[in-house]
Design a protein around this ligand. Structure first.
Ligand SMILES: [Zn+2]
Length: 286
């Protein structure tokens, strides 16, 4: 089917008490892997790309891959801009055809975050493309993102005010996760998540989930998370597949050979996370 927006996907997840996995893709094989996993498990799915990914190859390359993969699939697939870092990039993604957009003004002041987020929401509304924003700071380092040490957890009362002032469709919360690879096991402030849930009715999003124990993710879903982002672990899975082939046969010159192994590992990883999100078999809801 054609690419869908994340609007209904996340509202269905919220109603059904599960989450939709959002997986960062870096090349065609990763797009194929994620959508194949969704197809096999009859799960809705979100593909997403960061600003650094669309700097490597432009938005339209990734959009084209996602569009073809979605059209060849029977399950709903959305294409999301992850951590859109400017109004301009958000608008370019909208024009290219992305069906979901994040604007991340979390590193600006509260007022500036509201201003840029509201501007993106207003611009996206005529085309019914939903907008995700972030309040508080998800720590860690990934690509050009540097959340620093974290510690800027989302304040529930501010979250309520932010959602009301901007009209966003989903909110990424900072409750102790970080981007990149964790040193040790992250400790999540799940009570804070419940407090946010009490005052914010729109779907909530968990970032920096690679490396978070599956049980902690399940607990977050129980407390209101409807979209779970996985990025770092997909890179690791893909690279492990490539390395396995090149280590065993360093003379391999056909990229299809090692990329296929990367693709296989990404698909297996994604299937496991769809189980954690409890989105298996939820492709036909709504
Ligand atoms: Zn993130």
């Amino acid at each position: 089917m054609a690419l869908v927006t994340t609007k209904q996907l996340l509202l269905d997840a919220q109603k059904g008490g599960y989450a939709v996995g959002a997986f960062n893709v870096e090349n065609m094989e990763m797009v194929q892997a994620v959508v194949a996993a969704a197809e096999e498990l009859q799960s809705p799915v979100i593909l997403q790309t960061t600003p650094s990914t669309v700097k490597y190859a432009d938005l339209d390359f990734f959009y084209a891959n996602a569009k073809v993969a979605a059209e060849n699939a029977s399950v709903p697939v959305a294409m999301h801009l992850d951590h859109g870092n400017s109004f301009e990039l958000a608008m370019r993604a909208l024009r290219v055809g992305y069906t979901s957009i994040m604007i991340d003004g979390s590193h600006d002041s509260f007022e500036e975050n509201i201003a840029v987020t509201k501007a993106v929401v207003d611009a996206c509304r005529p085309s019914h493309v939903p907008v995700e924003a972030e309040l508080g700071k998800v720590g860690g380092k990934e690509d050009d993102l540097d959340g620093g040490e974290g510690g800027g957890y989302t304040v529930p009362s501010e979250a309520a005010e932010f959602v009301k002032a901007t009209g966003i469709d989903s909110l990424a919360v900072a409750i102790g996760t970080a981007h990149g690879v964790y040193q040790g096991t992250p400790k999540l402030d799940v009570n804070r998540l419940s407090e946010i849930r009490e005052v914010v009715s729109i779907p909530l999003v968990l970032h920096g989930t690679s490396g978070v124990p599956d049980d902690a993710v399940r607990e977050c879903i129980k407390r209101g998370i409807c979209k779970v982002n996985y990025a770092t672990d997909l890179r690791i899975a893909f690279s492990n597949g490539v390395k396995e082939i090149l280590d065993a046969a360093p003379d391999t010159i056909d990229p299809k050979k090692y990329n296929a192994c990367g693709r296989k590992y990404v698909k297996e990883y994604v299937k496991g996370k769809m189980e954690v999100c409890n989105s298996v078999g939820k492709a036909n809801r709504g």
